[in-house]
Design a protein around this ligand. Structure first.
Ligand code: TRP
Length: 326
């Protein structure tokens, strides 16, 4: 039997190259190997965006379209929205009864969010964020969870909750394992990490022209001021993108000629634009196809949710029995 995998992403809206290289490419590969579940966690977004539910709704759809554009294939994996599977909420409630508050208060993402969001008093829901994540994972009895480093504390907590549950009520759940994604950090146009909030991102849905424009404005080696100056590829965000999107021999050629000073930034950026647009073309075409056919996306998400509910309900039957609930 195939091992089961689950991962989730908050509906942060249209996805950029950082999301693509950091998570999606890996997921597209993994869907071939595992019985895969991919969940858009809209309830998790309510922990910080409870006042703008319409935003979450819109962004959920944007993420779904980009997932499919990136190559998640509904014939091979189950794509669904968390709130379409109410069993997650039921398991979250039950797990919350066996999760000590100090376990949650020491989670780094909680401490960070509390400070960054400048909220006087964090909500009960925000504190419980990792318990809901544990429910997402456990309800499918997932064996592996592909995530970035920042999520490791959440997975450790999931394992602790799993052990505690099994100890109290009997062996219902497997202990999941993190599948750490070793992805290159994708720099944005200003050289900082690509992020929606820095306004430095190139999006899957950008047109080829928009992409060209953004690359033209990209930061390069600040010491390479004009054509003849030698450059330092290792500090240049344009070069970092070449390393991801350009053929190896071209990357070597650019490295050599940039250092020698006989390759100018304008030409180097043109080469990147061509390569990147070529790589993104099939994704963008797929994106357009789905964006033009909302009924089809709805159908995919509905079928995904139906399949997820079936598995989740089966687990909940075991959980209720183990906890002597009707
Ligand atoms: N906390 C994750 C993130 O911010 C999102 C998430 C929610 C998740 N539930 C999950 C990831 C379950 C993996 C498995 O990226």
């Amino acid at each position: 039997m195939q091992k089961r995998m689950l991962s989730g992403m908050q509906p942060t809206g249209i996805l950029h190259l950082g999301n693509l290289e950091g998570a999606l490419r890996n997921w597209v590969r993994l869907q071939e190997e595992y019985d895969s579940y991919f969940c858009i966690v809209d309830w998790h977004s309510l922990t910080t965006l409870a006042e703008t539910p319409e935003l979450i709704k819109k962004q959920t759809l944007d993420v779904a379209i980009d997932w499919l554009a990136a190559g998640l294939n509904p014939e091979k994996c189950t794509v669904f929205i968390q709130s379409h599977v109410p069993q997650h909420a039921e398991l979250h409630l039950l797990l919350s009864m066996i999760t000590p508050v100090p376990w949650l208060e020491r989670v780094p993402t909680y401490k960070e969010k509390k400070e960054n969001l400048n909220i006087e008093s964090a909500s009960y829901g925000l504190l419980g964020y990792p318990v809901l994540q544990a429910a997402d994972i456990m309800i499918y009895k997932a064996d592996v969870v592909p995530v970035g480093k920042d999520q490791l504390p959440h997975l450790e907590l999931t394992r602790e909750i799993t052990r505690r549950f099994n100890h109290l009520y009997g062996e219902v759940f497997p202990e999941c394992e993190a599948l750490l994604t070793e992805a290159a950090v994708v720099p944005g146009t200003d050289g900082r990490k690509m992020s929606k909030s820095y306004d430095n991102a190139i999006y899957i849905q950008d047109s080829a022209e928009e992409t060209a424009k953004k690359i033209k404005t990209m930061f390069t080696d600040p010491l390479k001021l004009r054509m003849g100056d030698p450059g330092r590829p290792e500090v240049c965000p344009v070069f970092a993108l070449h390393e991801i999107y350009s053929p190896k021999d071209q990357v070597a050629w650019i490295d050599e000629h940039c250092r020698a000073g006989d390759l100018g930034c304008v030409q180097c950026k043109k080469m990147l634009t061509e390569n990147l647009n070529e790589k993104l073309r099939p994704l963008r075409e797929r994106r357009q196809m789905y964006a033009d056919d909302p009924a089809q996306i709805e159908k995919i998400l509905e079928e995904g949710a139906a399949k997820a509910r079936e598995v989740a309900e089966e687990t909940m039957r075991e959980v209720r029995k183990a906890m002597m609930l009707p």
